[in-house]
Design a binder for this molecule. Structure first.
Ligand SMILES: Nc1ncnc2c1ncn2[C@@H]1O[C@H](COP(=O)(O)OP(=O)(O)OP(=O)(O)O)[C@@H](O)[C@H]1O
Ligand SMILES: [Mg+2]
Length: 254
């Protein structure tokens, strides 16, 4: 998105920390479940086309953050901006139409629906914005073409993960929220997932906010990262640190 090159005007619209390549900007985000506040003021940003990891131990609030960004959980304070627009109060369906794709932890494909039917569910998010591109999906995930009429529940974990990613990509989002894609996946398949997502990113420009605890996946996929602890971002990892197994391991075991 390009704005007029009037600096003052741009600053006024985007706020002090945003540039015209900022896709997602989160400031002071709070939220949780009923009376239990999990997110304690999260600050982070994602540029168009970036792959950024959010790492942290079990229960620190990573999935809660993802659900709050999608709009499935409402926030109690703070702002979420998408391409400059404040979407903090928008319902999940509107945010999806703006280009947020979500791949939940545990994948949550519809087991009784076929592969093709699961993908059709994802088409809704692109409606009015883009036509579904099945050729693109089948190029990246040939198995989903082969298994189009098979029930999703009969696929392996790795294949279900591909389906969940494809279901989000069929709406051609500008950003994927990818929550622990390695969970319950055989180590030999983790490399494939990493390669798939990096290739999707390179060829479509989709930005990725990746929640992970798997060292191999973080190091091979992310370009930089944030460390989350007790509902807050407590550290940032630059491009050099995020590819260092030792640096990432240190933060995962704190
Ligand atoms: N549906 C829910 N209702 C109430 N509390 C929840 C719910 N889901 C998560 N929580 C609580 O919110 C806190 C953060 O959980 P969350 O699932 O966001 O952590 P996480 O970092 O994603 O952990 P993991 O790495 O195990 O997936 C935990 O204390 C958890 O018990
Ligand atoms: Mg989680």
């Amino acid at each position: 998105m390009r704005l007029p090159p009037i600096l003052g005007f741009r600053k006024f619209i985007w706020g002090p920390q945003m540039t015209d390549t900022t896709l997602l900007s989160v400031e002071g985000l709070c939220g949780g479940y009923g009376g239990e506040q999990v997110l304690q003021g999260v600050d982070l940003s994602l540029d168009a086309g970036e792959i950024v990891a959010v790492i942290g131990r079990n229960g620190v609030g990573k999935s809660t953050l993802m659900r709050t960004l999608t709009g499935l959980l409402s926030s109690s304070a703070g702002t979420i901006r998408l391409a400059g627009a404040d979407v903090s109060r928008e319902p999940a369906n509107k945010r999806a139409l703006r280009g947020i794709g979500y791949i939940p932890q545990g994948r949550e494909v519809f087991p009784e629906l076929t592969v093709r039917e699961n993908l059709m569910v994802g088409e809704v998010a692109g409606q009015g914005r883009t036509a579904p591109d099945y050729d693109m999906i089948h190029r990246f995930f040939p198995i989903l073409k082969e298994r189009a009429h098979q029930r999703a529940g009969t696929l392996s974990g790795g294949q279900q993960q591909q389906l969940a990613i494809a279901r989000a990509m069929i709406g051609q989002p500008s950003m994927m929220l990818l929550d622990e894609p390695s969970e319950g996946i055989q180590p030999s398949i983790i490399n494939d997932i990493s390669r798939n997502v990096r290739e999707l990113n390179a060829s479509t420009g989709v930005a990725v906010l990746l929640v992970e605890q798997n060292l191999d996946l973080i190091v091979s996929m992310a370009q930089r990262g944030y460390v989350m602890e007790k509902g807050r971002i407590v550290a940032s990892l630059g491009p050099d640190e995020i590819i260092s197994r030792d640096a990432v391991r240190r933060y995962l075991t704190i």
